[in-house]
Design a protein around this ligand. Structure first.
Ligand SMILES: NC(=O)C1=CN([C@@H]2O[C@H](COP(=O)(O)OP(=O)(O)OC[C@H]3O[C@@H](n4cnc5c(N)ncnc54)[C@H](OP(=O)(O)O)[C@@H]3O)[C@@H](O)[C@H]2O)C=CC1
Ligand SMILES: O=C(O)[C@@H]1CCC=N1
Length: 270
């Protein structure tokens, strides 16, 4: 499958890097990226073709739209829409499929994907939503692209992509935030920074792997760590006193609201 990326920023690089690591040939990936420095980096890092424009867009099986939401309308208006028939796979937060279709002159084959940056290490998770006229083969192609770098889940309504954005699209940033905080705490408690990072990263990795391997709930796994009258009990009490659980819920709600708002703001024609 030949892939053309429009936009070669952070998320495109995570997808491309993940694909190349999984054995997808770099010669089958071409990137249109506005920054010459970024193009040079993409070529050097992954061996893909990168330049200001895709030489022959028609030759791509799938065109991955990976620019910022606020750039999407202008970028799509600049494409030779009537000559393009292939699948448009947008990874942009907020921007609705019907707006993408309209900006491309009524292009029917639009799938929205919401991937995340762990795609770089083959551990991504993406939500997918297709416009009704997307063919079965095109749906399969979209799924294949995302499954090359992790797992893919179809959602029933486009609004659910905003929820996916808030949970797994933005989610790695919440996790990194927690990692940063725990590392800071480790250093304050007297551990050296290297030991602190190892302890924290292995804890996150171990806990995530345990949660994925077990059939019991995270709540039960948490209970198994929490000895009566012990240390964890005190740690969790401090988290509850800080309303951390509610703050996490509010974080996801705020991200979902912003995804919806970006759809409204950047999906308009003016
Ligand atoms: N980062 C993430 O974790 C995730 C991001 N996304 C989505 O992916 C998309 C990209 O996000 P992200 O990678 O973070 O953003 P970036 O800003 O890193 O990437 C976008 C890239 O596209 C370039 N660009 C702008 N205009 C054009 C153009 N006309 N032709 C080609 N390239 C152009 C930008 O250059 P310049 O900076 O100079 O404008 C930039 O390098 C967004 O829509 C975002 O919502 C989805 C899931 C997760
Ligand atoms: O922050 C953003 O808008 C993008 C979408 C999900 C993750 N990054």
């Amino acid at each position: 499958m030949k892939l053309a990326f429009i936009g070669g920023g952070n998320m495109a690089a995570a997808l491309i890097g993940g694909m190349v690591k999984q054995g997808i040939a770099a010669r089958d990936i071409e990137v249109a990226e506005i920054s010459p420095e970024r193009c040079a980096w993409l070529k050097q890092q992954f061996g893909v073709t990168a330049g200001e424009r895709i030489a022959d867009l028609k030759a791509a099986d799938v065109i991955v739209l990976a620019v910022k939401p606020q750039q999407m309308r202008e970028v799509l208006r600049g494409l030779p829409a009537p000559r393009l028939t292939q699948l448009m796979l947008s990874i942009a937060a907020g921007i609705r499929a019907k707006d993408i279709s309209r900006w491309l002159g009524g292009h029917p084959a639009v799938v929205r994907a919401m991937p995340n940056t762990p795609s770089l290490v083959g551990a991504g998770i993406a939500g997918l939503y297709a416009l009704p006229d997307v063919t079965r083969a095109q749906r399969a192609a979209a799924q294949q692209v995302m499954e090359a770098v992790g797992t893919a889940v179809w959602v029933d309504t486009e609004a659910q992509i905003d929820a996916v954005t808030a949970i797994s699209g933005s989610g790695p940033a919440y996790v990194f935030y927690f990692i940063e905080a725990l590392e800071e705490a480790a250093v304050e408690l007297g551990l050296n920074p290297l030991a602190a990072r190892r302890l924290v990263l292995h804890t996150f990795n171990g806990a995530a792997r345990l949660a994925m391997s077990e059939t019991v709930s995270p709540a039960e796994l948490r209970a198994r760590v929490t000895s009566k009258g012990g240390t964890t009990e005190q740690g969790l009490l401090a988290l509850d006193q800080g309303a951390v659980r509610q703050a996490i819920v509010r974080a996801a709600q705020a991200a979902a609201a912003r995804a919806h708002e970006m759809g409204e703001l950047f999906g308009q024609d003016q």
